[in-house]
Structures are given as structure tokens and as C-alpha cells.
Design a protein around this ligand. Structure first.
Ligand SMILES: Cc1cc2nc3c(=O)[nH]c(=O)nc-3n(C[C@H](O)[C@H](O)[C@H](O)COP(=O)(O)O)c2cc1C
Length: 241
């Protein structure tokens, strides 16, 4: 791949808020883009995410309402809702563990292999387990305090830390999706301007699930780009250290 091609994709991707619903839309581009998004890097390969591909008009209309009528979703051909599923940690740990065991079948395990198995057997439950009384947060806080006293240690203590972890990975998937759609010749708009409670009801999500963002997509109209792309000077945000 040429870097010029990648640069074209980066330059093409803008947040487009008005779409041309009359232009034919190839929904296979969405499918391919979701498939690519799934290959995004994600914390410990736990894949604590879900992607809701909105194809039904009634769901699309309900989501438009939840997005307070934003034209980006109202006029979009389709949308994908990026959701975090912290509650799936046990299932995903076991899935990773089973995969590793399969890979290691018939092999004499090295120390690194044992560490990899322990990662999903012991560390992931320690990082993600939660309970209504906060015992696990207390346990993690104590472990972090003692283990992190003298040396670097992963400072994941509470539900907030866990939520940040899951949203980071889910946001990366959303970005892969948007760049892929740009490569497919389509426009997108990421949105966090929505009523999460309503979105969760529409998608029938459990209370622990969270919506990272909704990405609208389609063929944008020129007037769907509201302003020039501007960024603060690099000196304000880029530091050579
Ligand atoms: C997490 C996130 C949430 C956003 N939410 C909205 C939104 O609700 N509505 C909207 O019109 N644009 C939204 N945007 C788009 C930003 O306004 C846009 O990315 C920014 O102005 C930079 O413009 P560009 O994407 O065209 O480069 C969001 C972007 C991100 C990354």
C-alpha cells in the first residue's frame, strides 16, 4: 500500500452531516467495514464490544429521535452503533483461554505459554470482576497500593477504570470503521450527541452496556461539511520528549 493512498483516505474522512439519500448505497461496504473494524487492536483481545448495524427504518427513526434529530443520522443511509460490553469479560477470557489451549495442544509449555494462560485464567478476572458491594474494587485498590508502591503496576481499580478500558478499544473500532468507509468512497459522522438511555432501550441492551458512539454513513452532500477542517497548532499538542 502507498502512503499516498492512506493520506487520501485521511483527507477524505470528514464528519459529514447531510447525506444524499438518492445516491445508491452499497451496504456491502458497511459489512466489509465492520469486518475491518473487528480487526482493530483491542485491550487484551477481550473484544468487549458489539456493533449494531442499523438496517431497519423503525430502528433508524428511533435512533434519530435519540440523537435529538441530528441531520447526520436523519439523512444517513445507514448507521452503526458502537457498544461496550464490560459484562462479557468472563466469556471472552474463557474464549481466549480456550484458543490458547488449542494452539498449545501437544506442545511442552514454555514459561511464556504458562504466562499467557495465566493472563486469561488469573489476570483478566482480577481486572474485570465486579460485585455490587465493591469488594473487588477494594481488593484491587489494596493490590495496586502494595504492588504499585515501589514499581510500575497496572492501576486498574474501579468501574471507571474498566469503562475507560472498554471505550478505548471500542473507539478504535469506530475509527477503523470510518476510515474503511472513506476507503469505500463513503462518508461518515461519529456522534456522541444522543440520549444513551433511549439508545440502550431501542437496542435492548443491559444496563452495564454503554454506547461509545453512533456512526452515520452514506454519500455526503457538499453542504454536509459544515466548515473547513481546522486543528490547533501542532506545538500545542505535539511534544517531542
Ligand atoms: C466521540 C465523538 C463524538 C462526536 N459527536 C458528534 C455529534 O454528536 N454530532 C456531530 O455532528 N458531530 C460529532 N462529532 C464530530 C466532530 O465534531 C468532528 O469530528 C470534529 O469537529 C472534527 O471534524 P472532522 O471530523 O470533519 O475532521 C463527534 C466526533 C467524535 C470523535
Amino acid at each position: 500500500m502507498q502512503t499516498q493512498d492512506f493520506d487520501k483516505i485521511i483527507q477524505k474522512r470528514r464528519s459529514v452531516r447531510i447525506y444524499d439519500e438518492t445516491v445508491p448505497f452499497d451496504e456491502n461496504a458497511v459489512k466489509r467495514s465492520i469486518d475491518r473494524a473487528i480487526l482493530s487492536p483491542n485491550s487484551s483481545n477481550m473484544q468487549l464490544w458489539e456493533f449494531y448495524w442499523v438496517k431497519t427504518k423503525s430502528v433508524h427513526d428511533a435512533l434519530t429521535h435519540a440523537c435529538m434529530g441530528q441531520s447526520a443520522i436523519k439523512t444517513a443511509n445507514q448507521a452503526v452503533v458502537f457498544v461496550t460490553r464490560q459484562d462479557k469479560w468472563k466469556e471472552r477470557s474463557e474464549w481466549n483461554l480456550a484458543n490458547l489451549k488449542k494452539q498449545f495442544e501437544g506442545k511442552t509449555l514454555t514459561k511464556r505459554d504458562e504466562r499467557a494462560l495465566d493472563y486469561y485464567r488469573k489476570l483478566m478476572p482480577l481486572v474485570y470482576r465486579s460485585d455490587p458491594f465493591g469488594f473487588n474494587t477494594l481488593l484491587r485498590s489494596i493490590i495496586v497500593f502494595f504492588m504499585g508502591f515501589r514499581k510500575p503496576f497496572l492501576r486498574i481499580r474501579n468501574n471507571g477504570d474498566q469503562r475507560v478500558m472498554t471505550h478505548k478499544s471500542c473507539a478504535l473500532a469506530a475509527q477503523t470503521f470510518m476510515l474503511s468507509m472513506a476507503a469505500e468512497g463513503y462518508d461518515t459522522c461519529p456522534m456522541e450527541g444522543f440520549d444513551q438511555e433511549i439508545v440502550k432501550k431501542i437496542l435492548n441492551l443491559p444496563s452495564i452496556a454503554e454506547v461509545t458512539m453512533i456512526v452515520a454513513c452514506g454519500t455526503g452532500k457538499p453542504e454536509g461539511i459544515y466548515s473547513e477542517r481546522t486543528r490547533v497548532a501542532n506545538e500545542k499538542v505535539v511534544f517531542e520528549v
